[in-house]
Design a protein around this ligand. Structure first.
Ligand SMILES: NC(=O)c1ccc[n+]([C@@H]2O[C@H](COP(=O)([O-])OP(=O)(O)OC[C@H]3O[C@@H](n4cnc5c(N)ncnc54)[C@H](O)[C@@H]3O)[C@@H](O)[C@H]2O)c1
Ligand SMILES: [Zn+2]
Length: 346
């Protein structure tokens, strides 16, 4: 087990990689009331591992990443007479962590909380860094806060019950970390696809640890996303738009978004075509989609709903080479032209 720490403005956050959910009580203040928030799938598969606590369950899937789910958590907390000293633990994937982290950050102006991340995506990305929030009126992650969880437990044993597609979703964010920050990490992923496929525990632990280290280092330097943290959005400008107008999961949409961003980078920042092909091939080998499954018009329309857009431009993440990203203001009209032509020549 290894602890990676983030020093957030709202306090420190310790991410325990390789810790077991059975150790959760040791992370909780002994005298505080505990309330657990989870979703129906995680409750069905893992509730027997939860420590004694009141449990609030929210619906599954991105469609439930809403203020209604947050309101449900508030109502249950009120019904349970939770006060400012009640400790909330979210046990679940990115959806549970994002929604419950937001509820905990706002209920009675904020109660302490921690996460047990149960998907690969939540372990390597969503639970780390203190961004919590929900979607609103079709705008992705439109309402939220920066507020660090006291702790995050990444129990790799919980991943054994994940459907294969959910594993691939997490791998997309892992490839993202490598592509923007660390070419040796990219090489290592390429060289270990069969161990990843076989869910080799040592290999998965290395990936989770490496990705948590990369993300927490970036967050430690730029917690509120004024600069460097924007790099973590590589593939997400197109990815969020694709997520909105298709039935694809977050990681799948980001995978296609990264391929498109790599192609765009070829034109803008001289990203080498061989590197783009390596990126596409790796995502494909990891079981992720790499081609747009819908007409570009729908994606273009959804792009206009990106909350990160500033006027008619967005902070877009390009690659200069594998392991090195740059953020540039790009006109939406340029992305629109690119998408239309990329589609014609794809
Ligand atoms: N806050 C951030 O910084 C950040 C970063 C990346 C992604 N996200 C968000 O994370 C969300 C996606 O997270 P996700 O991919 O974890 O999705 P998710 O939470 O919806 O989980 C995916 C599915 O797996 C199920 N599940 C969870 N744990 C399981 C387990 N151990 N065994 C079997 N099934 C399990 C869930 O019930 C759900 O059906 C998106 O909303 C995305 O925007 C947030
Ligand atoms: Zn993401």
């Amino acid at each position: 087990m290894q602890i990676v720490s983030i020093q957030g403005q709202t306090g420190p956050s310790d991410i325990a990689v390789g810790e077991r959910i059975e150790s959760l009580p040791a992370f909780l203040p002994s005298d505080a009331r505990r309330v657990i928030v989870t979703d129906a799938n995680v409750a069905r598969l893992h509730r027997h591992r939860f420590p004694p606590a009141e449990v609030i369950t929210i619906g599954t899937g991105e469609k439930n990443k809403t203020l209604e789910s947050v309101a449900h958590i508030y109502r249950e907390l009120i019904r349970l007479e939770a006060d400012r000293f009640t400790f909330l633990v979210a046990i679940g994937g990115g959806l549970v962590c994002d929604a419950a982290g937001f509820a905990a950050s706002t209920y009675m102006r904020g109660i302490p909380y921690g996460f047990v991340a149960t998907t690969l995506l939540a372990q390597v990305d969503a639970s780390v860094g203190g961004k919590n929030g929900v979607n609103f009126d079709g705008f992705k992650n439109m309402v939220g806060v920066f507020n660090q969880p006291r702790f995050v437990i990444c129990d790799l044993n919980l991943l054994k019950t994940l459907p294969p597609g959910e594993l691939a979703n997490g791998l997309a964010e892992i490839v993202k970390h490598a592509a923007i920050c660390d070419s040796a990490y990219f090489d290592a992923i390429e060289n270990n696809v069969s161990r990843i496929d076989a869910l080799d525990p040592a290999c998965i632990e290395e990936l989770v640890l490496k990705s948590v280290l990369i993300k927490s280092q970036v967050v430690n330097r730029d917690e509120k996303e004024a600069g460097e943290r924007r790099k973590l959005n590589f593939g997400h400008t197109f990815g969020h738009a694709i997520e909105k107008c298709t039935a694809l999961a977050h990681g799948e949409a980001v995978s296609i978004g990264m391929v498109l961003a790599a192609r765009f980078s070829q034109q803008r920042t001289g990203f080498p075509p061989e590197s783009r092909m390596r990126l596409t091939a790796l995502l494909h080998r990891l079981g992720l989609p790499t081609e747009l499954p819908t007409a570009p018009d729908a994606v273009l329309q959804a792009l206009g709903k990106d909350k990160k857009r500033q006027g008619e431009s967005v902070h877009f993440v390009c690659l200069e080479r594998l392991g090195r990203a740059v953020v540039q203001p790009i006109e939406l009209s340029d992305l629109s032209t690119f998408l239309t032509t990329a589609f014609d020549t794809a």
